[in-house]
Design a protein around this ligand. Structure first.
Ligand code: LLP
Length: 423
């Protein structure tokens, strides 16, 4: 069986390993549930981006929201990446991890004045602005600091990324970006504002995209705009084509980053835009398959209609199944010889939506450790304390080395900001 995440995730004999480390041993030492990431797998996922863009002026800005652990950010900072952020909190993380503010792009539809001020003072490379209203506020904030904010407008190319409605962002009905037909005038407005310096154009059409064609369609629409904008006298330096490249959770076959970029470059060159700097904002494709969520089986509860495998991780640890009905692979970290049965893998939270996998073929016993695969992206970053459950610990492995990169949250941490009323 080839697992998503292989070769960094593979069985050696009956035991599942990440790099050179037995995952079952990690749970024995560090408890459950536990997120584990492979640094090698992250760097291997970055390599095709860097390879495909070699010789071009470019910047790969890792999308922090996918996995914002400081050690993950440090890994990408050391590999030369910039960062795509959506809050002052993410900016603080990037700086704490040794990232370079000059390589940060600041995305998001609702930046506050305080966030804008901080980002300008810190020297972020570019704001991806999503509306005229935001543009005017940003200009005011920058002018107040005696500066001009570097800006690219996020345009909405109105293409269907063919993905889940909650993670599709490039359609007219989405809240994101400046509508295609308004873009030229919005650029004119931007260029006229005292606190704004136009530097680029940006689009991001969605996430978990498994085909090249929506990207090519969006690129055509963006290049049409660039030509119209420049004809109107506003110069565009860089093209930011967003993130969104999908990964394999089950049987998806997304293109490799190098294949996607090769096709984009061919179009960019054919249309005479080869001189422009290129920016990408990948999140999931850099970290998704580099991580697993390990969880111990507590109880087996066979039933008339369903068999439930009750584990100690829940929707608060990994929200994707509950929120998007997302499929995440689940395997036993110790392969058993006995026949597999069909199980719903569920957590202890008091909601029927608290499931991690449905109708899974597993050979499993209480005390086993299951691995939820492809959990490196949008796992821990979307975790909550629902049901007053502390969030899981996070580990990073590299070869035979293991580091605790986030301690398990203690119960006392969970209400330390709360106060009783006066007696
Ligand atoms: N750039 C912008 C402006 C974004 O909004 C996003 C993701 C990215 C880059 C990175 O996209 P990626 O390469 O990771 O697809 N929680 C959802 C995914 C939400 C994505 C939001 N935006 C999930 O678990 O599937």
């Amino acid at each position: 069986m080839t697992l998503p995440g292989s070769p960094y995730l593979a069985y050696k004999g009956a035991d599942l390993y990440m790099d050179d480390i037995s995952l079952r041993d990690l749970v024995r030492q560090h408890g459950s549930p536990l997120y584990v990431y492979s640094r090698k797998a992250m760097l291997a996922a970055l390599a095709p981006y860097q390879r495909a863009l070699k010789g071009r002026q470019h910047l790969v800005c890792y999308a922090v929201k996918a996995n914002s652990n400081l050690a993950v950010l440090q890994t990408f900072a050391q590999a030369g990446c910039g960062f795509d952020i959506v809050s002052a909190g993410e900016l603080a993380r990037v700086l704490a991890a040794g990232g370079d503010a000059g390589k940060v792009v600041f995305s998001g539809v609702g930046k506050t004045r305080a966030e804008m001020k901080l980002a300008i003072e810190t020297g972020v490379r570019c704001f991806n602005v999503e509306s005229t209203a935001e543009l005017e506020v940003l200009s005011e904030v920058a002018a107040g600091l005696g500066q001009r904010a570097r800006v690219s407008l996020r345009v909405n190319p109105d293409v269907d990324a063919g993905t889940h409605p909650y993670i599709s962002t490039g359609l007219k009905g989405n809240k994101f970006g400046v509508a295609h037909e308004l873009a030229v005038n919005t650029y004119k407005r931007a260029a006229a504002l005292p606190g704004i310096e136009v530097v680029g154009i940006d689009c991001h059409i969605g996430s978990q995209i498994t085909e090249v064609s929506p990207y090519l369609d969006a690129l055509d629409r963006v290049l049409d705009l660039v030509e119209a904008i420049e004809a109107g006298g506003v110069r565009i330096h860089h093209l930011d084509l967003g993130g969104g490249l999908g990964i394999t959770y089950t049987d998806e076959t997304p293109p490799g980053a190098d294949e996607l970029i090769a096709q984009l470059l061919a179009k960019i060159d054919a249309r005479g835009h080869g001189h422009r700097e290129l920016v990408f904002e990948p999140g999931r494709s850099l970290v998704g398959n580099a991580g697993v969520l390990l969880t111990e089986v507590m109880y087996l509860k066979p039933g008339e209609k369903k068999n439930f495998c009750i584990v100690d991780a829940a929707m608060n640890d990994l929200m994707r199944p509950a929120l998007y009905e997302a499929y995440m692979g689940i395997v036993n970290t110790q392969q058993r010889d006995d026949a597999a049965q069909t199980w719903d893998v569920v957590g202890p939270v008091c909601e029927s939506g608290d499931w991690l996998g449905r109708d899974r073929q597993l050979s499993v016993q209480a005390g086993d450790v299951l691995a939820v695969l492809s959990a490196g992206a949008y796992g821990m970053t979307m975790a909550s304390n629902y049901n007053t459950r502390g969030r899981a610990a996070e580990l990073m492995v590299d070869g035979d080395q293991v580091w605790v990169v986030r301690e398990r949250e203690a119960v006392a941490d969970l209400f330390k900001l709360e106060k009783l009323l006066p007696a």
